[in-house]
Design a protein around this ligand. Structure first.
Ligand code: ATP
Ligand code: MG
Length: 372
């Protein structure tokens, strides 16, 4: 059996550096490595609607933004199938059957769902007249099941994603085991592929908060202008105890250094900060004292621009070819649908709910009723 990738993003905004180091950069590398038989990249509009039901226009506007980010980051539609989730109705059908294999209690224990409920301020009790808290939509609560459908529909062996996706892949694995145990070996058990560098599994926001996230407004977007990137870098949280350049500084919890961990390469030092051979030397100087935040931020800006500039340039090119980008999504969705339909066919066969393709059923019932 070959190796297959399925991963994707919610079209709730443009993609940011967290997406890039958490998953996108890896996907492009894996795509170009030629090690994978098939790569499916999904724009998860259906999932985005689970907590944006009142704002479909936001989703409608952001599908193209995510597609542009993909293409400009180096995803190649000749090698990777890029598609839109809602265009694959088979995924909903799979979800409908998988729902019966997961308990409500298990969903309630999902740590990512738990923290997202908190972040979105959903009240678990439902609408509360005395507060302005929104109740949690059932679709949001069950989205891990729908993610299991996305992953299994494409028989994915590998899901390159950030740390927050670990509980989702775990839940998918449980569904696969349960399905295969009840109905016979049908579905493929996936594995998550986390970034090698743990900093990249959960990149903090520019404000120092635990996670860069569209919902928290602490992002540097792949399509930000150099001016915007500079402004965001300059406003970054560093070490509050590092007041004078001579003061010893902390690199732990210092977002500038966290980003350097995620983005800097040895060659960047030669290009932009030849005083140091590598990040360890730079860190050591910061810790000793004598290295100012301004110098560190300027270096970080240059490092980020080395990644962002080519992405931005490619984006400008694709922005002039929007109908072509929609055509890529349409073709990708058509191709993806064929694969999902085959899996659904196999699932229904395994569950023996393929009544009209089941000659045994008719034979069995012919016999059963013949001599009554
Ligand atoms: P939303 O706020 O709408 O949930 P998001 O910014 O969390 O958006 P998702 O679309 O939920 O983004 O995540 C898409 C992919 O990017 C997932 O694989 C996720 O693990 C990864 N990812 C998102 N944010 C980060 C981050 N800060 N660091 C590392 N990976 C991230
Ligand atoms: Mg998210």
């Amino acid at each position: 059996m070959g190796k297959i990738i399925l991963t994707g993003d919610r079209p709730t905004g443009r993609l940011h550096l967290g997406h890039y180091v958490g998953s996108l950069r890896r996907r492009v590398e894996l795509q170009n490595s030629g090690e994978y038989d098939k790569i499916f990249i999904m724009i998860a509009d259906g999932q985005a609607l689970t907590d944006n039901a009142d704002n479909p226009e936001k989703i409608r506007q952001n599908i193209i933004e995510v597609a542009l980010d993909y293409l400009s980051a180096g995803l190649d539609p000749e090698k990777s199938t890029i598609f839109i989730q809602s265009q694959i109705p088979e995924l909903c059908e799979l979800t409908f059957y998988y729902m019966n294999l997961v308990t409500v209690a298990r969903l309630q224990r999902n740590p990512t769902v738990k923290s997202e409920i908190q972040m979105r301020g959903f009240s678990e009790a439902g609408e509360d007249e005395n507060s302005n808290k929104k109740g949690m939509p059932a679709g949001f609560f069950t989205y891990p099941i729908s993610q299991a459908s996305d992953i299994t529909a494409f028989r994915a062996t590998t899901v390159p994603a950030g740390e927050d996706q670990q509980p989702m892949v775990e839940q998918t694995r449980e569904i696969v085991h349960k399905f295969n145990a009840i109905y016979g070996e049908t579905l493929v058990t996936p594995e998550i592929l986390l970034p090698e560098n743990s900093v990249c599994g959960r990149l903090p926001g520019t404000d120092g908060k635990a996670k860069m996230s569209k919902s928290l407004g602490n992002c540097i977007y792949l399509s930000d202008t150099p001016k915007e990137v500079k402004k965001k870098v300059n406003s970054m949280f560093t070490d509050p105890g590092h007041l004078q350049i001579e003061d010893p500084g902390k690199v732990e919890g210092n977002v500038v250094f966290t980003y350097l961990e995620a983005f800097s390469k040895p060659e960047h030092f030669g290009l932009f900060l030849p005083e140091y051979k590598n990040l360890d030397e730079m860190k050591a100087h910061y810790r000793r004292g004598g290295l100012g935040d301004g110098t560190c931020k300027k270096f970080l800006y240059n490092v980020l621009e080395a990644t962002l500039q080519p992405i931005r340039e490619r984006r400008h090119e694709y922005e002039q070819r929007i109908p072509e980008v929609y055509e890529i999504l349409k073709k990708g969705s058509e191709a993806a649908r064929l694969v999902a339909a085959q899996t659904l066919h196999d699932v229904k066969e395994a569950m023996k709910i393929n009544y009209f393709d089941d000659p045994e059923l008719i034979a069995e019932h012919t016999k059963k009723f013949m001599n009554r």
